[in-house]
Design a protein around this ligand. Structure first.
Ligand code: SF4
Length: 172
C-alpha cells in the first residue's frame, strides 16, 4: 500500500516538474528542444565558449538548444524588442551561427533573439552570413591598422560616452 502511495507521489511530482519546466519554456518563448548550453554569470563555464580559427572569433551564446539535431543559438536581450532587430543584434546572432557551424559541423537554419517581451526568429540566410563575414573581415583588418576611425552610427551613445574628454572624433 505504502509503495503504491509513494509511486503515486512520485508520478504527481514528475508531472509537476514537467509542467513547471514547460511553463517556463513557454514564458521565455523558447523553441522546443533540449537546452545543451546556458550561459549566465553564475553558470559561466569554459566549455560553453565556441571558437573559430577561420574567423578568429570567440563567443558564448546565452543558450544553445538542440532542436531535432540542429543546434540553435539564442541571444537574450534585456530590453523590449525593437520594431526590427538592430544590425548589431543580427550580426552578433549570425556570428554565433558561424561559430555553431564550425563547432558542430552544420549551419543552423536560424537563431533566436529573445527580447524582454517577445522572441524573434532570425533565419541565417546566405545574405546575412555573407554580411557578418564581411564585418568580421573588416574588424580583423582594423585590428592591425595603425589608426581606425570611430563609428558614429549611434550619436546618442557618443554624447554619453565616457571617452568624450579624450576623444578627438567626438560628436558635438
Ligand atoms: S566620444 Fe569618441 S570614442 Fe566615444 S562614442 Fe564618440 S567617437 Fe566613439
Amino acid at each position: 500500500m505504502w509503495i503504491l502511495i509513494f509511486a503515486l507521489g512520485l508520478l504527481i511530482l514528475s508531472i509537476l516538474v514537467w509542467g513547471i519546466s514547460r511553463f517556463q519554456r513557454n514564458r521565455l518563448l523558447f523553441p522546443s528542444g533540449r537546452v545543451i548550453h546556458i550561459d549566465t554569470e553564475r553558470l559561466r563555464k569554459p566549455e560553453g565558449t565556441l571558437f573559430s580559427a577561420n574567423y578568429s572569433l570567440v563567443g558564448r551564446p546565452d543558450y544553445l538548444v538542440n532542436q531535432g539535431g540542429w543546434i540553435i543559438p539564442i541571444e537574450v536581450k534585456s530590453g523590449a524588442a525593437p520594431v526590427t532587430p538592430y544590425p548589431s543584434h543580427l550580426y552578433q546572432l549570425a556570428a554565433y551561427g558561424l561559430l555553431v557551424k564550425e563547432h558542430f559541423g552544420r549551419t543552423p537554419p536560424y537563431g533566436i533573439l529573445k527580447y524582454r517581451d517577445r522572441a524573434v526568429e532570425i533565419p541565417f540566410t546566405g545574405t546575412l552570413l555573407e554580411e557578418v563575414t564581411a564585418v568580421l573581415e573588416e574588424i580583423q583588418a582594423d585590428a592591425s591598422a595603425a589608426a581606425v576611425d570611430r563609428s558614429h552610427a549611434e550619436p546618442k551613445r557618443c554624447r554619453s560616452c565616457g571617452f568624450r574628454a579624450a576623444c578627438d572624433q567626438r560628436l558635438v
